[in-house]
Ligand binder design. Structure first.
Ligand code: NAD
Ligand code: UDX
Length: 466
């Protein structure tokens, strides 16, 4: 392929990656026309909603961009056939969850959605098309994509050619727009230099050339899994140390600062918490361990498995601690849950530690009063599943903090939302039962602000009741 002057882009998948990524590309490249397609009609309708507060993803800065570019050079649609046909470059940005059945169930990534949309590209594409893997996929998936593209039956009889690139996305939710506007690096893996250059030319509209690195396809695919494994490993490492701090009198915050000043370690991603959540870390490490086993490296697989084990244990030990501090019994006790999303500044609840902790507390008979500024009640009901249904009278939800603290015997702070940093704890003190506990799993409560309160206080990585 010669270097293509890209004019029209299609992105398949209007989710947490496809939506924000294409919005930023549209904003930075007004000369491009971008169509984001999804088979989920309801999601597309929400992206097209006149009321911008209804777009399906909450990300700081996203609404403003949508307002600038939607229906100018960014379009959300369910019309896949013509969109593919008219595109020079197609991003695959669909979900790749953990397989639930068959070989590799519970570990391997399910690439059914990648395969399904690749078949549609093969069927409808015209001329020379560059296909870009944006989804996080097992290493060597590009091989499968190429095989499907080159061997499928086509709708049109014209000669077609395809080039497959890997361009993993490193954005984190809650900071997606900033991450996309000012990425640490852009990674492009591929075999065809001209296609790589075509994609590079798009990013060069706002990213410095030295930040754009190119590799072979397999290094690019594997770098994404490696990055997530390393990031998750740091969290499991600091969470493991948080437990040791709590029993030795050390303070994990001080340990974090002491080690973070070592430039070889660095200060980021060392905050102890209730365990990592989100749709990526667990799924991608499971996928990595599956690949290691598949390629005959069980020792490497079990090394990475430990990152997940510690994460599960962190959630479990926090749940157990809440029960123990409440005299081993939470039956009929009211507990306030502050935060349900897996981190602040997102409405995403996938793999949120709040799901496990709330389910365990409900199972113990507790009455939960759940608050989150952005997650809605239906989403919480979905995550609590059958247990939530069986105990529907035992949990309630509110978007505002109003009466969330009335008569509770414990407050469990699970997400580091800004609004929790400014709670007036003296006022809360008047509303709650005594004795009561405040469990701060994110270390955002300033101990000075609660020194006149009657309740007992526990913080991750410090532990003691001050
Ligand atoms: P998502 O579930 O939010 O969105 C995926 C979308 O793809 C859904 O709306 C779904 O309806 C659509 N889809 C599936 N098959 C389709 C098809 N054949 N045609 C049209 N639409 C189809 O997922 P996400 O969080 O955006 O993640 C997408 C990929 O990006 C995953 O591989 C994920 O691992 C990776 N990733 C996610 C993040 C993140 O922070 N969420 C960050 C980096 C990479
Ligand atoms: C992650 C990666 O950071 C991103 O590069 C990748 O593209 C997708 O997966 P995301 O899951 O959206 O992003 O958020 P991230 O900021 O990584 O947080 C993941 C989880 O780790 C959250 O539950 C967060 O609260 C937790 N975390 C993060 C900690 O407990 N401590 C930290 O120091 C950092």
């Amino acid at each position: 392929m010669s270097v293509k002057n890209i004019k029209t882009i299609c992105c398949i998948g209007a989710g947490y990656v496809g939506g924000p990524t294409m919005s930023v590309i549209a904003d930075k490249c007004p000369h491009l026309t971008i169509n984001v397609v999804d088979l989920n009609e309801e999601r597309i309708n929400l992206w097209n909603s006149d009321d911008l507060s209804k777009i399906p993803i909450f990300e700081p800065g996203l609404q403003e961009i949508i307002e600038r570019v939607r229906n100018k050079n960014l379009f959300f649609t369910t019309e896949i056939k013509n969109t593919i046909k008219n595109s020079d470059m197609i991003f695959i940005s669909v979900n790749t969850p953990t397989k639930t059945k068959g070989i590799g169930a519970g570990k391997a990534s399910d690439i059914s959605w990648v395969e399904a949309c690749t078949r549609q590209v093969a069927k409808y594409a015209v001329g020379d098309t560059i296909v870009v893997e944006k989804s996080t996929i097992p290493v060597r998936t590009a091989e499968a994509i190429k095989a499907i593209l080159e061997n499928s039956k086509r709708d049109n009889k014209e000669k077609c050619s395809f080039s497959v690139l890997s361009n993993p996305e490193f954005l984190a939710e809650g900071t997606a727009i900033k991450d996309l506007q000012n990425p640490d690096r852009i990674l492009i893996g591929g075999e065809d230099a001209s296609s790589i250059q075509s994609l590079k030319d798009i990013y060069l509209n706002w990213v410095k050339e030295e930040k754009i690195i190119t590799t072979n396809l397999w290094s690019s695919e594997l770098s994404k899994l490696t990055a997530n494994a390393f990031l998750a490993q740091r969290i499991s490492s600091i969470n493991a140390m948080s437990a040791l701090c709590e029993v030795t009198g050390a303070n994990v915050q001080e340990v974090k600062e002491a080690i973070g000043l070592d430039t070889r370690i660095g200060s980021k991603f060392l905050s102890a918490g209730p365990g990592f959540g989100g749709s990526c870390f667990k799924k991608d490490i499971l996928n990595l361990t599956y690949l290691c086993e598949y390629f005959g490296l069980p020792e490497v697989a079990s090394y990475w498995e430990q990152v997940i084990s510690i994460n599960e244990w962190q959630k479990y030990r926090i749940y157990k601690l809440v029960i123990n501090k409440l005299f081993g019994n939470v039956n009929k006790k009211k507990i306030a849950i502050l935060g349900f999303s897996f981190k602040a500044d997102t409405n995403d609840t996938r793999e949120s530690p709040a799901i496990f902790i709330c389910k365990q507390l409900l199972n113990e008979g507790a009455i939960l009063k759940i608050h989150d500024p952005k997650v809605d009640e239906a989403q919480i009901a979905f995550e609590l599943g059958e247990l939530g249904k069986e105990n529907s009278l035992n949990w309630s939800f509110s978007h505002n903090l109003g009466n969330i603290f009335d008569n509770v015997e414990a407050i469990v702070l699970l997400t580091e939302w800004e609004v929790y940093k400014t709670i007036n704890w003296d006022l809360v003190n008047d509303k709650i039962m005594t004795p009561a506990w405040l469990f701060d799993t994110r270390r955002i409560v300033n101990p000075d602000k609660i020194k006149n309160c009657d309740f007992k206080f526990w913080q991750v990585g410090l532990g003691n009741d001050i």
